[in-house]
Every structure is written in structure tokens, then in C-alpha cells.
Ligand binder design. Structure first.
Ligand code: PMP
Ligand code: GLN
Length: 382
């Protein structure tokens, strides 16, 4: 009998809730994906590349044209000049990038610190590297880092700290001051940073995304990861990238080349063409998603949920303690799906030890206006 390397891992909550939503015929505001398509010009560009024969292996590091576009974007948004050849790697999704970066850094006996609630792929990747995953809960209600507790948790075995800003599921943002504090804590230590920034362009109210790419000192020890899936409304394309200094990139690529070797060629070709032709897409994204957030939140005002509008991401947390305080969030998410036709994600699954008092579920607002209106109508009727 094969002894499981991940005995406590089951099916992800995203699969579970999306399946339940489909079975119940519920509106699916659980798993994070848009119910609308990516830009037509982007899809046409991919079709052109596919029909023109761009169907064999791309270079292991990614198509040069796409790496160039990422370099242009990094310079434009974060003021950093990075080498497309030595610091950028295109990957089949951010999840694969996270896995490769973690394998590149961690060895048995090492510790990696993650902040709960945390994205579900970090811990299994850390454990498969033979390292320990140290969970530190963010402080409610604003999901901020407790710096003293972080300082206390860092020890000679600590090799990696995983950041996620804008933060899934809370929508919270780290600030430049937060990054400065982190730099103070890691200075002089043999410690790396994985910065999961897949929602980098989804920040609201004119806020600036505090990317690790903007922070010279942290970048020296960082893997910064993003996903074209989020930025171009094409989560099913599973295409992402990592920006890291040359020495870290070299180690990451040693793993990436044996996990997948490369990412899907015509998707890369189409993305490169679209990015060059439509830089305005990135400027329009915050407004595009803020309008959805604002619509959803204004409609939810008429409900018994309470919430603070998300500062970033396309997720909105909602507190249901005025509705069913008797239910934990997993039961609440099931009840909402089965009895009220709206699927959400319970946030306790993103914790090692969920806060007993939390009565929060996560709704994804990357949806068409009619979907958001109908979902809100159902939620307001409860
Ligand atoms: N990190 C976070 C925080 C996410 O929400 C997601 C989206 N699923 C990913 C990573 C993975 O992105 P991708 O689909 O490109 O693998
Ligand atoms: N990132 C998506 C979410 O948080 C889900 C991705 C997945 O299904 N693995 O909902």
C-alpha cells in the first residue's frame, strides 16, 4: 500500500464548491474565475498563432516576445529594469511557478512561514520539499501581519516567507511600510521571499500595489509570481510568470524544466501580441473590477450580511453572523448553495486553526452584471 506523502490533503475546496454549485444549479460565486470571456483581440491573436503553426515547444524559459512584454510591464508599473533573458520565466500557471520556486529554495528541515488564511497550494508544495509549513494567522478584522509574532517565529531554520498581496481571500493589501518592516526582519539572514502577486492589477480606490518588484532590497531574495489568467480574464489558460534575480531564476528553471519544461506556445504568442498592442488593458483593469465590486457591495447593502469592501482582488468577504450564527462557514457555504442558490467559499479552509469567532464566506465578483444582480437579489432575500 502506497503511504501518502500528503495524507491530510483531499479535493480542493474550489472543486468541491464548484461541483456543488453545478449540482444545485446555483450561481457560482465560489471558485475564482470570471463568467465572461477575455478580450476578443487576445483570443483572436491566440487563434492566429495556433493557425500559423506556433504549435511546437516554446523555449524552456518562455517565448522571448512574451518575456520582453513582461519586462516592459515591470519597468512601467514598478520602475524596475529586469532582464527578459535572466530574470523572467514563463510558466504553465502561477501554481506551477509557486511549486517550482518552493522546490528551488526548501530542503528537509527548513521552515517556511505562510500567513493564514492562505492560498491552498502553498502548504502541499512546502511539505513535498520536506520542509515544515509554519502558519501565522493574519490579525482580524483587517488581515494584517502581526510583526512581533513574525519576528518571534523567524529562527535559523526559517528559509522562506510566502507573501500574497493583494490577498486571497481577504482582499487586503500590504503597504510599502509593510515591505520595509519585512526587509528589516530578513536583513542578514539566509531567507527568501515568495511574493504571490497574481492579483497585482486588481487594486481599488486608486491604491498602488506594493510589489516586491518595487523594493530593491527584498527583490534581491525574492521570486515574484503573477498569472496571465487573472489579468486577462482567462483562468483556464493556466499561464503565468516568475520574476526573480538571475541566480534565483537559474535555480527555478532547473526545476521548471523538469516539471513541465515550458508553457503552451500559441497562448504565449497571443499574449505577447496582445500586450504589445493593448497596454491600456492594464490601466483599465482596476476600474473595470472596481465597478463590479461597487455594484455587488451596493446591492448587498440591502442584505443582512456585513462587510467592508475589498481593497483588492476579485473577492468580497461577507460576515453572516446576523443570519445564521449557528452555522460554521463550511455549513453556511453549503446552505447558501443548496437553499439559496449562491455558491461561496468558506474561509476556514485556508487556515491551519480557523478563528472560532469567524463567520465569513468569500464571494467572487468577477461576474457579469446580470449574475451579480441575481446573486445579490437571492442574498438579500435571506
Ligand atoms: N495564487 C493565488 C493567491 C490565487 O488566487 C491563484 C488563483 N487560482 C493562484 C495563485 C494560481 O494561479 P494560476 O491559475 O495561474 O495557477
Ligand atoms: N484561485 C482560485 C480561487 O481562489 C481557484 C483556483 C483553483 O481552483 N485552484 O478561487
Amino acid at each position: 500500500m502506497l503511504e501518502s506523502k500528503l495524507p491530510t490533503v483531499g479535493t480542493t475546496i474550489f472543486t468541491t464548491m464548484s461541483q456543488l454549485a453545478a449540482q444545485a444549479g446555483a450561481l457560482n460565486l465560489s471558485q475564482g474565475f470570471p463568467d465572461f470571456d477575455g478580450p476578443e483581440a487576445l483570443r483572436e491573436a491566440v487563434c492566429r498563432h495556433l493557425m500559423a503553426g506556433g504549435n511546437q515547444y516554446a523555449p524552456m524559459t518562455g517565448l522571448p516576445a512574451l518575456r520582453e512584454q513582461v519586462a516592459v510591464k515591470v519597468a512601467r508599473f514598478y520602475g524596475r529594469s529586469v532582464s527578459a533573458d535572466q530574470e523572467i520565466t514563463i510558466t504553465p500557471g502561477a501554481t506551477q511557478a509557486i511549486f517550482c520556486a518552493i522546490q528551488a529554495v526548501l530542503r528537509p528541515g527548513d521552515e517556511a512561514i505562510v500567513f493564514d488564511p492562505c492560498y491552498d497550494s502553498y502548504e502541499p508544495s512546502i511539505r513535498l520539499a520536506g520542509a515544515s509549513c509554519i502558519h501565522q494567522a493574519l490579525t482580524l478584522p483587517d488581515f494584517s501581519i502581526d510583526w512581533q509574532r513574525l519576528a518571534d517565529a523567524i529562527n535559523p531554520r526559517t528559509r522562506l516567507i510566502v507573501l500574497n498581496t493583494p490577498h486571497n481571500p481577504s482582499g487586503a493589501l500590504l503597504s510599502t511600510a509593510d515591505l520595509d518592516r519585512l526587509a528589516d526582519l530578513v536583513r542578514g539572514r539566509d531567507l527568501y521571499i515568495l511574493s504571490d502577486e497574481v492579483y497585482e492589477h486588481l487594486v481599488y480606490e486608486g491604491a498602488e500595489h506594493a510589489s516586491v518588484l518595487r523594493h530593491a532590497e527584498l527583490y534581491e531574495r525574492a521570486f515574484v509570481i503573477s498569472s496571465f489568467g487573472k489579468t486577462y480574464h482567462v483562468t483556464g489558460w493556466k499561464t503565468g510568470y516568475v520574476v526573480a534575480p538571475p541566480a534565483l531564476t537559474a535555480e527555478l528553471r532547473k526545476i521548471h524544466q523538469y516539471v513541465s519544461f515550458t508553457a503552451v506556445t500559441p497562448l504565449q504568442g497571443g499574449l505577447a501580441e496582445f500586450m504589445a498592442a493593448h497596454p491600456e488593458h492594464l490601466d483599465e483593469l482596476p476600474g473595470f473590477y472596481q465597478a463590479k465590486r461597487d455594484l455587488f457591495c451596493s446591492l448587498l447593502e440591502g442584505s443582512r450580511f456585513s462587510f467592508r469592501p475589498a481593497a483588492g482582488t476579485y473577492f468580497q468577504l461577507a460576515d453572516y453572523s446576523a443570519i445564521r450564527p449557528d452555522l460554521d462557514d463550511v455549513a453556511m457555504a453549503r446552505w447558501l448553495t443548496l437553499e439559496h442558490g449562491v455558491a461561496s467559499i468558506p474561509i476556514s479552509v485556508f487556515y491551519q486553526s480557523p478563528p472560532a469567532e469567524a463567520r465569513l464566506v468569500r464571494f467572487c465578483f468577477a461576474k457579469r452584471e446580470d449574475t451579480l444582480r441575481e446573486a445579490a437579489r437571492r442574498l438579500c432575500a435571506i
